[in-house]
Design a protein around this ligand. Structure first.
Ligand SMILES: C[S@@+](CC[C@H](N)C(=O)[O-])C[C@H]1O[C@@H](n2cnc3c(N)ncnc32)[C@H](O)[C@@H]1O
Length: 270
C-alpha cells in the first residue's frame, strides 16, 4: 500500500533533485535552525534526521563532528542526498528510504525533524516517530511552520499552492514560483533595511531571508508551492503534544517562536 505521504515526498524530490550540488543553506542558517542545540550537543553523538531531503542540513552536520549520522526520507531526493554526503568525506552515515511515521531504527542520542511535520498527512505521527527513535535521556528537536504570524501565506500563498501543486513541477517552479517571488524579493530586501518597517507583514522572516540571494528565495517559494499537503501548526498543538506523551521530560522542553512565523521545539526523552 502506498504511504499517505508518498505524493508529498515525490513532489519534494522534484525540488531537491533539480538543484546544484551541495547544501542550499548557509552554516549560519543551519546553526540557527538547530539552536538551542549547539555544536557541542551534537559532537560525538549518534544523530538521526527524519525527512532529510537532499541532505542540506546533514552536509553541515558533518562539520559538527557527530559519531554517526542517519537520514530517512520517503522520496527519491535520497539520490541527491547520497551525492551530497559523499562529497563531505564523512564516512559514518546511512541513508534510508522509509516513511518516517512508520520508521523505527536503533535509538539515537539526538533526533531532529526540520520542515517535515507540517507536510505529513498526520503531523502528530511524525512527532511520535521523533520520540520513538530517541534514546532515553536523548534529545529531540523539531521545526514547523506556525499558524501564528503567517496570515499572508495562509490566505494568499496557500490557495495558490493548492492549485500549483497539481501542475508539472517545472511549471510551478519557473512559471509560478519565479514570477511570484520577484516582488517579495524586493519587499524583503527593502523592509529588512530598517526597523521602521517592523510592523510590516513578515518583517522578521524577511530580515532572515534577505541575507540570501535570489535563487534561495525561489527555492523557498517553490518548496512552498510544490507540496500537496501543508498544515500551519499553532502553539497549543505543540503544547498538547508535549503534554500527551509521558516520555517527554517536561522539565527539559522549549518552544521558541522563530522569525515571527515558525516554531522550534524540543527537549529530552525520559
Ligand atoms: C521541506 S523538506 C525538508 C528537508 C530537510 N529536513 C531540510 O530542512 O532541508 C520535507 C522532506 O520531508 C520528506 N517527507 C515528507 N513526508 C515524509 C514521510 N512520511 N516520510 C519520510 N519523509 C517524508 C519529503 O520527501 C521532503 O524531502
Amino acid at each position: 500500500m502506498q504511504a499517505a505521504d508518498q505524493k508529498t515526498a515525490d513532489a519534494f524530490a522534484t525540488s531537491w533533485n533539480n538543484l546544484p550540488q551541495g547544501s542550499v543553506y548557509s552554516t549560519e542558517q543551519v546553526e540557527d535552525w538547530f539552536t538551542p542545540l549547539t555544536r557541542n550537543d551534537l559532537k560525538g553523538k549518534d544523530i538521526l534526521e527524519l525527512g532529510c531531503g537532499n541532505g542540506s542540513l546533514l552536509v553541515h552536520l558533518t562539520k559538527f563532528e557527530p559519531a554517526s549520522i542517519e537520514g530517512v526520507d520517503l522520496g527519491s531526493s535520497l539520490t541527491s542526498c547520497e551525492a551530497n554526503m559523499k562529497q563531505t568525506g564523512f564516512g559514518n552515515y546511512r541513508l534510508i528510504k522509509a516513511d518516517i511515521t512508520k520508521y523505527g531504527g536503533s535509538l539515537k542520542d539526538v533526533v531532529y525533524c526540520i520542515g517535515v511535520l507540517q507536510h505529513l498527512k498526520n503531523p502528530v505521527e511524525g512527532f511520535e516517530s521523533v520520540l520513538r527513535n530517541t534514546k532515553s535521556g536523548g534529545r529531540f528537536h523539531c521545526w514547523v511552520y506556525a499558524r501564528e504570524g503567517n496570515a499572508v501565506i495562509i490566505y494568499i500563498v496557500d490557495p495558490i499552492r493548492k492549485l500549483a501543486s497539481k501542475l508539472p513541477w517545472w511549471v510551478t517552479k519557473f512559471l509560478i514560483a519565479t514570477p511570484l517571488v520577484v516582488p517579495y524579493y524586493f519587499y524583503a530586501k527593502i523592509i529588512s533595511l530598517s526597523k521602521v518597517f517592523k510592523k510590516f507583514p513578515l518583517y522578521e522572516y524577511s530580515c532572515w531571508i534577505s541575507k540570501r540571494e535570489f535563487s534561495f528565495f525561489r527555492h523557498v517559494a517553490f518548496d512552498q508551492l510544490v507540496s500537496p499537503q501543508t498544515t500551519y501548526i499553532n502553539k497549543k498543538t505543540i503544547e498538547d503534544w508535549f503534554d500527551k506523551y509521558p516520555e517527554v521530560d517536561k522539565s527539559s522542553t522549549y518552544l521558541i517562536f522563530r522569525n515571527g512565523n515558525s516554531w522550534k521545539f524540543g527537549g529530552k526523552k525520559k
